[in-house]
Design a protein around this ligand. Structure first.
Ligand code: CA
Length: 425
């Protein structure tokens, strides 16, 4: 693992900076009344890629790649284009680069920019690949003896979610309404979710296309992943408990999914590759891991109630805890012949670890509401309250540098009632 790569953008060389030259994550930003466009984080600045291309400082063989509100066009270039892009950025942003004087006007202070969704999400699929999470949830719902469903050790379980409500960090989350069947009641009621939860996940962004009927090896799938973001799969546990049989979650997950604003490329994470855990039962050959396909990324969750002076960290875990990697999930996704597209987003599943402090959802932390958590600022929580801000953080720790993701944050707003349902078209 090589050390810090030094940049002429001096803030990128600071200890603990989440965006050193080693990282170079991809986002979409705007300033003032300008349209959102592609940018690269470096230190406390954003490199305006549209301006860089306009000055002729980067040439990937296609015009207007970056004067766009998403990175999908860059993803369409494929892995060769991604490698060329990263190589050129490493060159022109490195300490001593002759392009410094020409490039400096293309830098925008991050503090002055608004961040937007980095990709146009084609479709969103969420998996259930954390063994500790699946065991905890299964124990609560079915008892310790039957915690893992019989298929779990063989297949990366997932469901097709909604792309329409994937939002960038900083977007408020409106408490969902839904059908809820209170314990002991004969019939369901319709109303605001009372057991609102987060799920700490990592999102993988698919950067290639497959045709209907085309299968992928795990190695091919791994090479198709453009990068990774933090992902909060907001969940309405009371709605979920009533609706989930037999087809899995529906409205309980459809109301919001938040992602962090910066796509950390698979190349930036290469030094942090780590294998999936030892198999309890062998996987079918099409899911076999060709080399390490997980990543060593420290993850945490903090909650800050409205008016509280500070946030409390309530979970610390690591992405290497997953039983299946994103590459295995993508290979499985395509295995039936399902066509995959540039901009598809795959949620890892909740990344819980073995101990209570490693649990990546309130459902697990409060053990279904039976063991409420006390925050450092005194508030008690079994599930999320209106005004709570939930922030996911992630960092891979290199020797002398950090690969950060930027915050994945959302604040809960009160549920709407039918008088506030809005005008129908
Ligand atoms: Ca999930």
């Amino acid at each position: 693992m090589s050390g810090l790569k030094r940049s002429w953008v001096s803030s990128a060389n600071g200890a603990g900076c989440p965006f050193p030259l080693n990282n170079l994550p991809y986002g979409v930003f705007s300033t003032g009344d300008q349209e959102p466009r592609c940018g690269v984080a470096i230190g406390d600045m954003i490199l305006d890629m549209a301006a860089v291309q306009a000055r002729g400082l980067i040439d990937l063989g296609a015009p207007d790649l970056f004067d766009m509100p998403y990175w999908n066009d860059v993803m369409e270039l494929g892995p060769k284009g991604w490698t060329a892009l990263r190589a050129r950025l490493l060159q022109i942003l490195a300490e001593g680069a002759p392009e410094q004087a020409e490039l400096a006007p293309c830098l925008v202070p991050m503090a002055e920019a608004e961040l937007h969704m980095p990709i146009a999400v084609s479709e969103f699929t969420d998996f259930y690949a954390g063994r500790h999470h699946a065991t905890n949830v299964g124990t609560m719902f079915r008892g310790a003896e039957n915690a893992l469903p019989p298929n779990w050790l063989h297949i990366p379980i997932g469901y097709n979610g909604r792309a329409s409500t994937v939002v960038v960090s900083g977007t408020d989350v409106i408490r969902p309404n839904g059908q809820i069947k209170p314990p002991g009641a004969d019939r369901p009621v319709f109303g605001p979710c009372a057991r609102l939860d987060f799920e700490l996940e990592v999102g993988a962004i698919v950067g290639g296309n497959t045709e209907m009927g085309q299968m992928l090896s795990v190695a091919d799938a791994d090479a198709m992943i453009f990068g990774y973001v933090l992902l909060n799969d907001w969940s309405a546990r009371d709605i979920q408990a009533w609706e989930y049989q037999p087809l899995g979650p529906f409205q309980a997950k459809a109301f919001a999914t938040t992602i962090s604003p910066w796509i950390v490329s698979a190349a930036a994470l290469a030094p942090f590759r780590t294998p999936t855990p030892t198999r309890e039962v062998p996987l079918l050959p099409y899911l076999a891991e060709p080399g390490p396909t997980l990543f060593d990324i420290d993850l945490s969750v903090a909650i800050q109630p409205k008016g509280a002076p500070r946030a409390t960290t309530i979970c610390r875990t690591n992405y290497r805890e997953m039983y299946y990697s994103a590459a295995q999930q993508l290979a499985h996704h395509a295995s039936s012949g399902c066509a995959m597209n540039v901009g598809d987003l795959l949620g890892s599943g909740t990344v819980s670890g073995p101990e209570r402090e490693n649990r990546g959802s309130m459902l697990e932390i409060s053990w279904g509401g039976k063991e409420p958590l006390t925050l450092e600022t005194g508030e008690s929580r079994s599930f999320l309250e209106d005004g709570d801000t939930v922030t996911l953080s992630g960092a891979a720790q290199g020797r002398g540098y950090t690969i950060g993701f930027g915050a994945c944050s959302g604040t809960i707003r009160p549920a709407r009632n039918f008088d506030q349902r809005g005008d129908h078209p």
